[in-house]
Design a protein around this ligand. Structure first.
Ligand SMILES: N[C@@H](CCC(=O)N[C@@H](CS)C(=O)NCC(=O)O)C(=O)O
Length: 214
């Protein structure tokens, strides 16, 4: 059985948990408490020198980090049900949506970035939240427009579930967590509501994680 090194509230880890559920892959969690900096423990750094979750570890010890690399690996190794469309153009479009979230929104709002803002630049909670919501908004403006243009009320791309949806829901969760307004993003909110009702999303949500505080 594979091991997902994760943390209950990590949105990058949640992406992977959703894909595991969609594809019916057996796994267990090894949780690293980010509030206690356990992602920087020596043992974990030997697995992932970057000291971030998630990482995916297979029974023979082979390990890969970076949520999108893990998602793409699952796609190749367990192709059905597919989370990428068939045509090269559609695949590129889905990957473009994924990268808006995974490359251009999430990294700017990550714990190590917000910690740096606090420690090096004396940002208080209000300033940190303003920073987070600014970058969230920038990305969501583009995603909302893309969602409107393609016209589905249930998915970020086309009429079936894709990696773009897998990345969207955890990012919307982050927006709510930081108190960022979603008023200007009704299409994204609607898509998020539909997706959140699906078992693969509902069963893997942060609050359902075994290590979430009760
Ligand atoms: N690009 C990475 C981002 C991973 C990442 O930033 N993970 C966060 C949790 S969502 C983390 O481990 N933060 C710990 C820290 O910033 O020290 C991925 O997609 O896996």
């Amino acid at each position: 059985m594979g091991i997902l090194h994760d943390y209950w509230r990590s949105s990058a880890s949640w992406r992977v948990r959703i894909a595991l559920a969609v594809k019916g892959i057996d796994w267990r969690s090894h949780s690293h408490d980010l509030t206690r900096n356990e992602q920087r423990d020596r043992d974990y750094l030997t697995l992932n020198p970057q000291g971030l979750v998630p990482s995916w570890e297979e029974p023979d010890g082979w390990t890969v980090s970076q949520s999108v690399a893990i998602l793409e690996y699952f796609e190749e190794r367990f192709p059905t049900p597919a989370l990428l469309p068939v045509s090269p153009r559609a695949r590129a479009e889905v990957r473009s949506l994924v990268q808006i979230i995974a490359c251009d929104i999430h990294p700017l709002n990550n714990l190590r970035v917000t910690r740096h803002l606090r420690e090096q630049w004396q940002a208080d909670d209000d300033r940190v939240n303003a920073w987070v919501c600014h970058w969230m908004r920038e990305g969501f403006i583009a995603l909302e427009e893309r969602a409107l243009r393609q016209g589905s009320a249930r998915h970020l791309h086309g009429e079936s579930l894709t990696l773009a949806d897998v990345c969207l829901v955890p990012q919307l969760y982050n927006a709510k967590r930081f108190g960022c307004s979603l008023d200007d993003f009704p299409t994204l909110v609607g898509i998020g509501a539909h997706l959140s009702s699906l078992t693969a999303f509902a069963s893997t949500r942060p609050e359902s994680h075994l290590d979430a505080p009760r």
